[in-house]
Design a protein around this ligand. Structure first.
Ligand SMILES: Nc1ncnc2c1ncn2[C@@H]1O[C@H](COP(=O)(O)OP(=O)(O)OP(=O)(O)O)[C@@H](O)[C@H]1O
Ligand SMILES: [Mg+2]
Length: 148
């Protein structure tokens, strides 16, 4: 499914809408260069879980941030994972076995992406323009889902 965004607020709202499709056990893999808007969209997803925008931060030294929501919401950012580091050593795969919804920035760094993962690819197509490609959500369901 192809979407376009013409600003961070629109990307946030697309994230919020995606968040309403997510259920326990779902994983969303984000792909896209620095500044594409991965975190912006994840703030929107998080808002669907009742998490405040300012609680969601961009790549710091935190690789995994877990929120005590129901289901638990987990934001993973693999940007700072060294090229030669083993993603298995991060403990990430232990998280994926647990309950919750997990969103992953820089999923390029993952060795194994679960088959049922939802993927989001964001391309910078202009100053404020982004092309957002979501795989794993039915387009008809998307169009029927209430905006808000
Ligand atoms: N349509 C848009 N959607 C999202 N962000 C946009 C858009 N237009 C401009 N921006 C700007 O692009 C930047 C996106 O930053 P964001 O931290 O979300 O990117 P990121 O993909 O998470 O980057 P990083 O790889 O560094 O974590 C912000 O400064 C935002 O204001
Ligand atoms: Mg980010």
């Amino acid at each position: 499914m192809q979407l376009s965004s013409s600003g961070p607020d629109e990307t946030f709202l697309i994230g919020r809408k995606l968040g309403r499709f997510l259920k326990n056990g779902d994983m969303v893999c984000f792909y896209g260069e620095i500044g594409a808007g991965k975190t912006a969209m994840i703030k929107g997803i998080a808002s669907a879980f009742g998490i405040e925008e300012r609680e969601v931060t961009s790549a710091s030294f935190t690789i995994i941030a877990e929120y005590d929501t129901s289901p638990p919401f987990c934001h993973v950012d693999l940007y700072r994972l060294e090229d030669d580091a083993d993603v298995y050593d991060t403990g990430l795969y232990d998280y994926l076995d647990k309950d919750g919804v997990t969103v992953i920035e820089w999923a390029e760094r993952l060795e194994d992406v679960p088959e049922n993962a939802i993927t989001v690819r964001i391309d910078i197509t202009g100053d404020r323009e982004r092309k957002i490609e979501i795989e794993g959500i039915n387009e008809k369901d998307w169009n029927n889902m209430q905006e808000r």
